[in-house]
Design a protein around this ligand. Structure first.
Ligand SMILES: *Cc1c(COP(=O)(O)O)cnc(C)c1O
Length: 409
């Protein structure tokens, strides 16, 4: 089920204060999820979530997550700057990038962040750009297909990230020669996965691999980083991943593989943390009946790209029409000159008229942040619903001046 925790009245109140379209985020919901995750890993004294900044790079949200004890996972110079300006540094930052400008290593090292190396060649780059820290993380890519039982969950063999096991070993010997004392292992093998066994399976893989690499290299195995990938129920027929059960299952794997403890567990969830706590609020502005029935709204793919990019499903409700039958079939579209600019295709919905307020669900991760400026369209605002039920504008909508700021006439 998509997150239906906010009533239509909340969206209507917000839309009375701020012009549509905007993303609305629920502070309490985000805090609740951070606390649920922490509780699920409370058995692990050294657990920490590093929120994937790219999912929702807004300072207000990053600070809320910081207050809940999360660190940040950054992958670019700008994300590092964002983290620093929000007060994160040192072991509260994980820097995981690939094919990045080497100066970003200098920047990450200046913040004393954890560095997650993506390739053997990164070792010499890091040596030349900030130096080798005592603890280094390495990203693992097992190749082939990643399957749990008979189900293929992803295909690392086609993924550009990480290193095969033999390269990890080579890399660790080199890092040791350069002064490293300890290492962590990271892998991201399946995205938006609803399988509760994904994280426990990955934990087992990384713990076994780390143990063997630690024996071979005599470097201390400091942590596993399970990265992101836990999915959310975008569709009404899906149910939430039981995060508590995931934590318990990892505990069993951990106690079997690592009875003496001492290996910390880290995560970099993006989607799971904030995805269900965001909604794109938009107004129907146009109605068109040709070969299909179309509802045009004032948001478009620049505000939420996932449907256009992946054909992703986002649930849509119409404020005040929750009890009406879904007896109309619409394509819900934006205004881009691109036929994939559709938030829904052939979707059963209640009858919609211009002026109706539509709520597009689960836009709290990889929503605003994937935005772009095609057609000279400007990105929307972001609004936070605070814990006391008030609304705070946490990013204004773009203006033409923003669009023209990079141009020289
Ligand atoms: C994107 C990303 C994440 C977050 O992924 P989700 O699917 O949002 O959980 C975590 N770590 C890294 C390195 C990523 O690139």
């Amino acid at each position: 089920m998509p997150n239906n925790s906010l009533s239509d009245r909340v969206f209507e109140q917000a839309a009375a204060r701020f012009p549509t379209p905007f993303h609305l985020y629920d502070e309490q919901g985000i805090r609740d999820r951070a606390r649920r995750l922490k509780a699920a890993f409370s058995w692990c004294p050294d657990f920490r979530e590093y929120f994937a900044v790219k999912a929702l790079p807004n300072p207000a949200v990053l600070r809320i997550l910081g207050e809940e004890g999360c660190g940040l996972d950054c992958s670019s110079a700008t994300e590092l700057m964002l983290a620093e300006r929000c007060g994160f540094r040192g072991d509260a930052i994980m820097f995981s990038a690939n094919a990045m400008p080497p100066e970003e290593f200098d920047q990450a090292r200046a913040l004393d962040a954890y560095i997650n190396l993506d390739d053997l060649s990164d070792i010499d780059l890091l040596l030349a750009h900030g130096g080798i820290p005592e603890t280094v993380c390495l990203r693992f890519n097992p190749g082939g297909d990643f399957a749990i039982g008979n189900t293929i969950m992803g295909n690392p063999g086609e993924a550009k990230y990480g290193m095969p096991a033999d390269q990890l070993e080579t890399g660790l010997f080199r890092l040791k020669a350069l002064g490293a004392k300890a290492f962590g292992l990271h892998a991201f093998l399946s995205s938006n996965t609803m399988a509760p066994s994904y994280y426990p399976e990955l934990a087992g893989i990384l713990l076994r691999l780390g143990k063997s690499l630690s024996e071979k290299t005599a470097l201390r195995f400091a942590f596993i980083n399970l990265s992101g990938g836990i999915g959310i129920p975008y569709r009404p027929d899906q149910s939430e991943v039981d995060i508590r059960a995931v934590g318990d299952a990892i505990r069993q794997v951990y106690e079997a593989e690592c009875p003496a403890g001492g290996v910390a567990v880290k995560s970099e969830l993006g989607r799971w943390m904030t995805g269900p706590c965001g909604w794109l609020v938009t107004r129907a502005v146009h109605e068109k009946k040709i070969h299909r029935d179309y509802i045009g709204v004032d948001a478009c793919a620049v505000d939420l790209m996932r449907p256009a990019m992946y054909g992703a499903y986002h649930h849509i409700t119409v404020c005040g029409k929750g009890d009406q039958p879904l007896d109309h079939v619409y394509d819900v579209t934006g205004c881009l000159c691109e036929n994939n600019d559709k938030f829904a295709v052939q979707r059963p919905l209640p009858e919609i008229h211009p002026g109706d307020l539509l709520v597009i669900h689960d836009t709290g991760a990889h929503g605003y942040s994937m935005g772009y400026n095609y057609n000279g369209r400007l990105r929307s605002a972001e609004v936070l619903r605070t814990r006391d039920g008030d609304f705070r504008l946490i990013r204004r909508a773009e203006t033409p001046a923003d669009y023209f700021a990079t141009l020289d006439f």
